[in-house]
Design a protein around this ligand. Structure first.
Ligand SMILES: *Cc1c(COP(=O)(O)O)cnc(C)c1O
Length: 363
């Protein structure tokens, strides 16, 4: 076993596999060369294959982290005249409101409690009362680890003839997504797909891209520009060539291992290992166990740990494992453990031992 590996248990970026790391060493390549275009087209095809969206949605690729994809989606597709409705229950939903504010686009927001499910009752009341151009929400709210029920929200919106735009940055590649009534879905290469940070993409409905009526208020984040250039494999600006090499290798690995369901199954198995040992030590989850995504769980920090989160974090970091703190109101109150990325079975077993030892010593 390679003892020098750093195992990332934060919700992205992830511990890289050998083949992804090796892909970063490939020869230098200009983004105006045919080899680059071939690689882009190949990666786009593979991305389309993950959820078999070939006939309905087109992935539009850009350089930037997941936030770039979300911001590009909102600024390219949300209406500047008819309000959007944001349904939020965490940091990432609320961030969409900050984006629309900066874009000077009209919206209403339903700001739910961070530990609650999406508020469908309030959503229904809003949809009955006002006219909206789109419903905007987050699939996996990484703040808590909750996997939101997008099918229920989407069906409700569809009843009012309103399409949905989804931030699926932390669920794309590990959670089921029904694309019905989804006009656009933002995702990234460096979370569940196991690439490096730097390439993200938005899957948009074909007809939306083909109509090409842009609401864009940014040049760099205009997805219509990327879509046009991408038809022949190119991009309006320099793409992160090495990040794309990495993504291509990561996608090959994704399918070699059996695709979406295989990845999800592996995550669930690792997540259960962590849950089991923490429950043994009486540690409580922040929300119901059945509400978590396949790979992220958040736990209340036990009150008896002197030096709190730092003590737990530093103790694990010393052993080569990086866990994640709570954000915003949850800072100092919870900790989060994500189990995506390339983690060997032996490394998972060692993690369990370290957790057992740490919490055993607190008793
Ligand atoms: C991680 C994340 C983002 C932002 O991605 P970055 O790569 O950090 O820019 C957006 N939305 C959700 C739900 C996320 O988990």
């Amino acid at each position: 076993m390679d003892n020098k590996r750093e195992i990332l248990l934060n919700p992205g970026p992830v511990t890289l596999s050998k083949s992804v790391r090796e892909a970063l060493q490939k020869p230098d390549l200009c983004h105006r060369e045919k080899d680059f275009a071939d690689m882009t087209l190949d990666s786009l095809q593979k991305i389309s294959h993950i959820y078999e969206t070939e006939n309905t949605h087109i992935p539009v690729m850009l350089t930037g982290s997941g936030t770039a994809a979300v911001e590009a989606m909102l600024q390219s597709f949300s209406s500047s005249t008819v309000k959007s409705l944001i349904v939020a229950n965490g940091v990432y939903g609320e961030r969409m409101a900050s984006m629309l504010t900066r874009q000077k686009k009209p919206f209403d927001i339903i700001k739910g409690n961070w530990t609650d499910p999406l508020d469908l009752q309030q959503t229904k009341e809003h949809l009955e009362k006002s006219k909206y151009s789109a419903v905007l929400t987050v699939h996996h709210e990484t703040t808590t680890g909750r996997l939101n029920d997008i099918s229920a929200l989407s069906e409700l919106a569809e009843h009012f003839h309103v399409p949905v735009m989804l931030d699926a940055v932390s669920s794309f590649g590990s959670e089921d997504i029904s694309f019905k009534n989804l006009m656009a879905v933002a995702a990234t290469g460096n979370k569940c797909l196991h690439g490096i940070p730097g390439i993200s993409f938005v899957l948009a409905e074909k007809k939306l891209l083909e109509e090409g009526t842009t609401e864009s208020v940014s040049l760099y984040l205009d997805l219509f520009e990327y879509y046009t250039a991408q038809k022949s494999g190119f991009s309006p600006f320099t793409q992160s060539v090495q990040a794309l090499y990495a993504l291509q290798a990561a996608l090959n690995e994704f399918f070699a291992l059996g695709g979406l369901s295989a990845r999800k199954q592996l995550y669930v198995q690792r997540k259960k290992q962590v849950l089991t040992i923490l429950e043994k030590h009486g540690i409580q989850t922040l929300i119901n166990k059945s509400d978590f995504s396949s790979y992220l769980t958040s736990y209340f920090l036990p009150q008896n740990i002197s030096k709190g989160y730092e003590a737990l974090h530093n103790s694990l970091k010393e052993k080569g494992y990086t866990i994640y703190a709570g954000q915003g109101n949850f800072s100092g109150k919870i900790f989060r453990i994500a189990v995506m990325g390339d983690i060997y079975e032996s490394e998972m077993n060692n993690l369990i031992l370290h957790l057992d030892t740490f919490f055993g010593a607190q008793a």
